[in-house]
Design a protein around this ligand. Structure first.
Ligand SMILES: Nc1nc2c(ncn2[C@@H]2O[C@H](COP(=O)(O)OP(=O)(O)O)[C@@H](O)[C@H]2O)c(=O)[nH]1
Ligand SMILES: [Mg+2]
Length: 282
């Protein structure tokens, strides 16, 4: 069911974004701090490579802080400006404003030298769906100017929003036509960046639970009361039974539990979890 993978509005958004780049001083690229590899669109990265840019690792409140630190070190070593942020809690916003001003200082100074009056720093906020672009804009502008939603595909129009010294352009999330890595594809689905119906919810849940049993056994043991390290078990079924997610007759209701598990994961209720570490193969 790959019908919605690269819908027409995303292709159109990329084209429009290319046009908008001429008008902006800086691009803020948002990614999901839990999956900083899978949640960056290589086509967008290519599109903005010659523009000053700032990578925001958003939803930092849901990610493992130790792993986020590793990512920040890795991006710094690559000469890429990156900052952590929890736009929903408005944490990290001041640093973003300061970085945005610093990264565009040359341009501002040149404009002033030419005798131009003050002009706000113009910023395009771009990234894949559901990485919190609209929430970040609202946090930076201290009001609910941009529409947000816990599902991809809500922001469809490009529109400017004033935020003190900044002018922010919200944009629709853009995916790319081919995601080669199945692992990254699953990470995108598990965190809610792509619509669930692209992959089976049960498969995503089962594989992600397996992954979490390896990465965060203690969190899984605490939350689902199963043995995360026992061999040869369907842990999804075990966790469903342990949670009391049963059908009449007493068998595990795996479909219902898979949805519940993904909901808890996406909402951060299992704990602060990062699915990707720097350097790991995708
Ligand atoms: N926990 C957490 N959730 C966030 C954060 N930023 C955004 N969200 C949530 O992620 C979902 C998508 O946000 P939205 O701003 O609409 O994403 P967009 O598609 O990139 O514009 C919404 O449910 C937001 O409440 C954050 O920093 N932390
Ligand atoms: Mg949006």
């Amino acid at each position: 069911m790959a019908t919605n993978w690269f819908p027409g509005h995303m292709a159109k958004a990329l084209r429009e974004m290319k046009e908008m780049l001429k008008q902006v001083d800086l691009v803020i690229e948002t990614c999901d701090a839990r999956i900083p590899a899978a949640s960056r669109n290589p086509e967008l990265v290519r599109l903005i490579q010659n523009k000053p840019s700032l990578l925001v690792l958003n939803k930092e409140d849901l990610a493992d802080p130790a792993v986020t630190r590793l990512w920040l070190e890795q991006f710094a070593s690559q000469g890429l400006e990156a900052l952590p942020c929890s736009s929903i809690r408005r944490l990290g916003c001041k640093q973003i404003v300061l970085a945005a001003k610093r990264l565009t200082q040359d341009k501002t100074d040149r404009a002033l030298a030419k005798g131009r009056i003050f002009r706000p720093v113009r910023i395009l906020v771009a990234g894949i769906p559901n990485t919190g672009k609209s929430t970040l804009i609202n946090a930076l502008s201290s009001r609910k100017a941009a529409q947000t939603a816990d599902k991809p595909g809500v922001t469809r129009q490009l529109s400017w929003i004033k935020a003190g010294p900044l002018e922010l352009l919200d944009s629709p999330g853009v995916l790319w036509p081919r995601i080669d890595s199945q692992l990254q594809q699953r990470h995108l689905a598990a965190t809610g960046a792509i619509k669930d119906n692209l992959l089976s919810g049960e498969d995503i849940a089962r594989q992600t639970l397996e992954e979490l049993c390896r990465l965060y056994p203690d969190l899984i043991r605490q939350r689902f009361r199963i043995d995360p390290l026992a061999a040869d078990l369907d842990r999804l079924e075990q966790a469903a039974v342990s949670r009391g997610c049963l059908m009449s007759g007493g068998r595990a209701d795996i479909e219902r539990f898979a949805a519940l598990f993904l909901d808890e994961l996406r909402g951060g209720r299992i704990g602060r979890i990062s699915l990707e570490k720097p350097g790991a193969a995708g």
